[in-house]
Design a protein around this ligand. Structure first.
Ligand code: FES
Length: 190
């Protein structure tokens, strides 16, 4: 059974309570919910994927500069196809300017710099940051903006303005092919 997260952007910003409700709704589904924007709405997981604790994601339909959200084990996972400018911005930031210093190259897989995969949960109090939808603000640093208390993340998912103390987490995942990832396992575990 899939559970799609609806677009509430026209109503109000998501809150921690919304996310908790979504999480509660997903618990009984034993698998993944999945949603994408209309222009990639043909992306749906195979039925067998839904029953597993891992989620395979076809990256090919995600245009450069865009992102989708995959729900994995009840958590929103942001899958973002970064532009060359976004990668460059992430790589050039001096670590001394970062709240939670971490090089961009340690947050992406080798030879797959365009693809940033992060857990879409603010590290302050757990709201879902905006910025995955084309209509949403990404904030001053071009990544994501948390609507709850104003934390901002950059194009590497690193926190650039608090109160969030940590970067967006990186879930376990691996590339199966150049255009397919499996979320839930690291290489060697599959
Ligand atoms: S939950 Fe994101 S800034 Fe507080």
């Amino acid at each position: 059974m899939t559970k799609a997260i609806s677009d509430n952007s026209s109503k109000k910003e998501p809150t921690r309570r919304d996310f908790l409700l979504l999480t509660a709704g997903a618990v009984g589904t034993v698998g993944a919910a999945y949603f994408a924007w209309p222009f990639i709405d043909s992306m749906n997981p195979a039925a067998d994927v839904l029953a597993q604790s891992t989620v395979d994601v076809d990256l090919a339909p995600i245009p450069e500069g865009q992102a989708i959200t995959v729900v994995w084990r009840g958590k929103p996972i942001f899958v973002r196809h970064r532009t060359a400018a976004e990668i460059q911005a992430a790589e050039q930031v001096p670590l001394s300017e970062l709240i939670d210093p971490e090089p961009d190259k340690e947050r992406v897989k080798k030879n797959h710099a365009p693809w940033l995969i992060v857990v879409g949960i603010c590290t302050h109090l757990g709201c879902i940051p905006t910025g995955n939808k084309p209509t949403q603000t990404r904030g001053k640093y071009g990544g994501w903006a948390c609507p709850c208390h104003g934390s901002l993340y950059d194009t590497s998912g690193r926190v650039r303005r608090g109160p969030a103390p940590l970067n967006l987490a990186i879930p376990p995942y691996m590339f199966l092919t150049d255009t397919t990832i499996r979320i839930g396992v690291e290489k060697g575990e599959a």
